[in-house]
Design a protein around this ligand. Structure first.
Ligand SMILES: C[S@@+](CC[C@H](N)C(=O)[O-])C[C@H]1O[C@@H](n2cnc3c(N)ncnc32)[C@H](O)[C@@H]1O
Length: 409
């Protein structure tokens, strides 16, 4: 028998899920369970039992994890679920993002879309939308989505590079993915059959390479549980960089709590140099976190996800008139200096603060820190003047150069 070509494979997948949707609608079940163990591996088993879950959507779940948990959704966000099936993850996302957010499901199988829309009506969800289309050609504009989730779908695609390129296109800069998917630890060439979730499963290394090739940074892939012979369900997280670097050696992404220990270590290394700040020791994460704005924080990460540098801002005053004035800090790990990390971080900060209506970024720099002064000049900061003998540092009175960058108003 000859192998089905790509078009035939897509049609086989569509027919399989159309039949599953028809089975669910008729009360016969999905008809997809092939082993007693599948009940633990796929579907509702991955969701906390909750009396308030949309019951029929739970019963229609065909996923291999819970991407809503993986994606850490926040109120007001726009979420896109690739291959939304019966719509459970869309409905759960809609609750997390609340009335100011939107949850969008995308699926190519009309029968699944019909099922999902019925579940949304049943759940009286108003901030949800289901779109017909292929995940390789997402019918949404560029930079229009905050988070892409997906549950056990990308493994089915005949063109995963196109899927990741499309995710990168529709995500806004700094947007993230939280996916659960089937991966293999076996040689894919040994696999036969194309319809099973598995035929197209990638290895962890291939999945990571495709995400990086599509421009994603901070890629994390964690095996979660066994999903069959040499198959595993994995959790995948990645971030679309804020500023795309020409040097693919690093990317700038929003700072997350997980970056905290590296951020503080880089801060301490800067303080130990003696020319970065009057401070002499980095505080605990909680103190650092509370003293910086939650917005406008970025890290530069290398291909392995190691933090190379960070930038963040603090308010200068609680008075309304200073609402658009922030004070920033930028630190680059000693081993990453001279690679453009500081400039990339400052550009991300400028972009983010300007978008938020901030009109002045200011800071103080020791005159001896000529590298920092030159870096800020390249990023468009100007020197306002020198405040002489403003404070004592390690027993020595020091001057501070005040620098600022004004946004066009
Ligand atoms: C395994 S089910 C998962 C459904 C849902 N995510 C869940 O967790 O229940 C796969 C779903 O992805 C859809 N699908 C598969 N390949 C697709 C593609 N290339 N484009 C759009 N949808 C696709 C199928 O129609 C089906 O609804």
């Amino acid at each position: 028998m000859t192998e089905p070509d790509a078009t035939e494979q897509v049609e086989l997948v569509r027919q399989r899920y159309a039949a599953a949707a028809n089975g669910i609608s008729a009360g016969r079940g999905t008809g997809l369970t092939s082993s007693p163990k599948d009940g633990d591996r796929f579907g509702a088993a991955h969701y906390e039992p909750d009396a308030d879950l949309p019951g029929r959507a739970v019963a229609a779940s065909l996923g291999c994890g819970n991407p809503v948990e993986v994606a850490d959704l926040r109120p007001g966000e726009t979420v896109l679920d690739l291959g939304s099936g019966g719509g459970l993850d869309v409905l759960l996302s809609a609750r997390r993002v609340g009335p100011t957010g939107t949850a969008i499901g995308l699926d190519m199988t009309a029968e699944m879309l019909g099922l999902a829309r019925g579940h949304a009506t049943e759940a009286a969800a108003t901030n949800v939308e289901f779109l017909a289309g292929r995940i390789e050609d997402i019918p949404l504009p560029d930079d229009s989505v905050d988070v892409v989730i997906s549950n056990c779908v990308i493994a089915l695609s005949v063109d995963k590079a196109a899927v990741f390129a499309e995710i990168a296109r529709v995500l806004r800069p700094g947007g993230r993915i939280g996916i659960t998917d089937i991966l293999t630890d076996a040689d894919r060439a040994q696999r036969a059959g194309k319809v099973e979730c598995l035929a197209g499963a990638l290895t962890q290394a291939d999945y990571r390479s495709l995400l990086i090739a599509a421009g994603f940074a901070d890629v994390e892939i964690h095996p979660a549980h066994t999903a069959g012979d040499q198959l595993l369900s994995a959790i995948v997280r990645a971030v679309k960089p804020v500023v795309r670097q020409r040097d693919p050696g690093f990317q700038v992404v929003p700072m997350a709590t997980a970056h905290g220990p590296e951020v503080l270590a880089i801060y301490q290394a800067g303080l130990d140099d003696g020319d970065a700040s009057f401070e002499t020791s980095a505080p605990a994460w909680g103190v650092w976190n509370a003293s910086h704005l939650a917005e406008h924080r970025f890290v530069a990460v290398d291909r392995e996800g190691c933090v190379l540098g960070w930038v963040a801002a603090s308010p200068v005053s609680s008075r309304c008139v200073y609402a658009g004035v922030v004070e920033h800090s930028v630190y680059v790990a000693p081993s990453a200096r001279g690679r453009g990390v500081g400039l990339a971080l400052l550009r991300a900060l400028i972009d983010s603060t300007e978008t938020a209506g901030v009109w002045t970024i200011q800071s103080g720099v020791f005159p001896e820190n000529t590298a920092s002064l030159a870096l800020h000049e390249r990023a468009g900061f100007r020197q306002i003047g020198v405040r002489e003998r403003i404070g004592s540092h390690h027993g020595r009175w020091r001057d501070v150069v005040t620098i600022e960058r004004r946004s066009p108003m």
